[in-house]
Write a protein of this length. Sequence first.
Length: 139
Amino acid sequence: TPSVAALGVAAHETGHAIQHAKAYAPLKARMAIVPVTMIASQMLPFVIFGGLFFHITGLITLGIYCYVILLAFQVVTLPVEFDASRRAKIIVQQMGIIQPGEEAVGVNKVLNAAAWTYVAAFIATLGNLLWLLSVRDRR
């Protein structure tokens, strides 16, 4: 139900707030690389388009570096997201916010999905990087 999903998302975000309050090292590492990740993600479409459309190998190589930066960010993000969901599961149980049974199962599914979406993003980025490497190697 929507309320179970909302509770799961809110609890996950509370997990992040606790990470921040406790100076969770992976969260600090992720925040430290956000600026370079933002630059790489903003450059990427232009670099890839320019490299592929104009057959400029240097731009394709720059695109590869951008993907490597994004991949590094996602690798650092994975433990942050799984830990936020882990903390959220503890919070909702300790505070008695959810009822055992169907409600608990639903919240756990939402919390698991919140973390696993980042695994999917990592796999997609890795696939794009491998594809771009193959394109560069064919030139």
